[in-house]
Design a binder for this molecule. Structure first.
Ligand SMILES: Nc1nc2c(c(=O)[nH]1)N(C=O)[C@@H](CNc1ccc(C(=O)N[C@@H](CCC(=O)O)C(=O)O)cc1)CN2
Ligand SMILES: Nc1nc2c(ncn2[C@@H]2O[C@H](COP(=O)(O)OP(=O)(O)OP(=O)(O)O)[C@@H](O)[C@H]2O)c(=O)[nH]1
Ligand SMILES: [Mg+2]
Length: 456
């Protein structure tokens, strides 16, 4: 049996409300010991989920706040254990003293994620849902919230579960075949197995295609600011992040090293990388900077190619634009829109990149830039919110599952023995189990025994 944990559940700054949270067998007793209800009734006697008004008592038993207390008896609680909350005024000192009083009752400090970990261990959330809790806290855009909320309510788990179910069914077929190990798989059964493998393969391919968008939602789109010296790259970075992140001067070649920052542009989270202006240079430091710009360009999944709109477009600009477009979707950004414009060049490119004129001095065109970025990274498509793979661990697990299913398919065509197929399908299920925490052995066992009758 687990011990009882407690933590301050709200940020450690003066705020409207601050919450002390407990979970474990002694949660209700410990909360009751540091709380005196105005009614005079012990907290333990109240029904679950009732807010009870009263006084919070500090480590020495003196009043430290007027609070609302509530209990939820397990298993109907967030963690599945007995839980209690003390909703205090949001004073960091009150919360610290309250926590100390709880420690004096034998409760210990919770570790990071320990409440949600207990919820997982007690079957309240599966692994994908528990991960969604962390994604929800980190969400930076409405789309990221919708994805995390959908995953929290089980959307990804259901999608993975549907594929998993197909594999569990296949296993049942294999077990039937294995009862007659010396015979080949009969054609009828081979067809059923083939259909099942194809369905699983299709489901996994669809799932893996969601990863690109999921990764953009949680990690941000890697976006390089590329252009000749003085184009206004660092100025744009600063405008996007809202503070003076990078040095800006009128000296061409100001930025040497790449500078990275996260920002939100419209509905898209960007990992923006400001780079050294690209030009031929004899300066050793600047030359290394330019190499880094090219490396950033190669890794970018979105390029903002900046050209100073107040000076004539050059052959270098054109060459950079073409180079950028071979690497990633590129938006051509004319900068310094507040200055008198140089003649607009005729660009003969196919396809034409989106073109936006901006000025960081006036803020003009930044909305247009956001629209252009949103058009390249739309909030919809590639699966409904909540059903996307959002991190590398999930994607790798799905990829391994796909590879195992493909191996099984090949084995089937080669007419190998059923037990070889079985191993591949088992591996696919184990890999999928890493997404939701589903347990292969238990699930297959359950499916096998469900054919038994009661009493056997
Ligand atoms: N004050 C407070 N707010 C909070 C939480 C909390 O623990 N306390 N949450 C937590 O971080 C989130 C809400 N999540 C929760 C999820 C399940 C249960 C719960 O009691 N589940 C029971 C009963 C379900 C029901 O009534 O249908 C259960 O699953 O059996 C509570 C909170 C966000 N807001
Ligand atoms: N008027 C006006 N000036 C701008 C604008 N954007 C940038 N500038 C000026 O242009 C000059 C160069 O800006 P930076 O942002 O340092 O240019 P950069 O592309 O980072 O230059 P390097 O780091 O040298 O490659 C600075 O004097 C900026 O103040 C703008 O929108 N309007
Ligand atoms: Mg710069």
């Amino acid at each position: 049996m687990s011990d009882t944990i407690a933590a301050i559940a709200t940020p450690p700054v003066p705020s409207a409300i601050g919450i002390l949270r407990l979970s474990g067998p002694e949660a209700i007793a410990a909360a009751g010991a540091v709380f005196r209800a105005a009614s005079g009734r012990p907290l333990e006697e109240y029904p679950s989920r009732r807010l009870v008004y009263g006084t919070l008592l500090g480590p020495d038993g003196a009043a430290i706040d007027q609070v609302l207390a509530t209990i939820s008896r397990g298993p109907e609680s967030y963690t599945g254990e007995d839980t209690a909350e003390l909703q205090c005024h949001g004073s960091p000192m009150v919360l610290a003293l309250g926590l100390e009083a709880l420690f004096a009752r034998g409760v210990r400090q919770a570790g990071p994620g320990e409440f949600t970990r207990r919820a997982f261990l007690n079957g309240k959330l599966d692994l994908a849902q528990a991960e969604a809790v962390a994604d929800l806290l980190d969400a930076e855009t409405p789309a990221a919230v919708h994805q995390a909320a959908g995953q929290l309510s089980g959307a990804l788990s259901r999608r993975v579960g549907a594929i998993y179910d197909v594999l569990v069914d296949l296993m049942a077929h294999f077990h039937a075949v294995l009862d007659y190990p010396d015979e080949d798989i009969d054609p009828f059964r081979a067809e059923t197995i083939r259909t099942g493998l194809e369905r699983a393969q299709e489901g996994l391919n669809d799932l893996l295609r969601t990863y690109e968008r999921g990764r953009y939602l949680t990690g941000g789109v890697p976006c390089a600011l590329i252009g000749r010296p003085n184009a206004g790259k660092s100025s744009l970075l600063n405008a996007l992040v809202g503070y003076e992140r990078a040095i800006v001067t009128d000296v061409p070649g100001t930025t040497r090293d790449t500078v990275e920052a996260r920002c939100r542009l419209g509905n898209v989270t960007l990992r923006v990388i400001d780079t050294a202006g690209i030009r031929e240079t004899a300066d050793e430091v600047e030359r290394i900077g330019v190499e880094r710009s090219r490396a950033a360009l190669e890794q970018a999944e979105l390029v903002l190619l900046l050209c100073d709109g107040s000076v004539p477009f050059t052959a270098e600009d054109a060459a950079l634009l073409e180079e950028a477009m071979t690497h990633a979707p590129t938006i051509l950004v004319w900068t310094k829109g507040d200055l008198p414009a140089a003649p607009i060049p005729v660009l003969d490119l196919d396809p034409m990149p989106p073109v936006v004129e901006v000025s960081v001095k006036t803020g003009q065109g930044l909305d247009g830039l956001a629209k252009a970025v949103e058009a390249l990274f739309p909030a919809t498509g590639q699966g409904a919110a909540g059903e996307l793979l959002t991190n590398a661990r999930q994607a790798q697990a799905a990829q391994r599952a796909l590879e195992a299913v493909e191996r099984a398919g090949q084995a089937l065509e080669l007419g190998v023995t059923p037990d070889a197929l079985l191993t591949d399908v088992e591996q696919a299920m184990a890999a999928l189990g890493e997404l939701t925490g589903a347990n292969l052995r238990e699930d297959v066992t359950a499916r096998i025994f469900q054919r038994f009758c009661v009493g056997k």
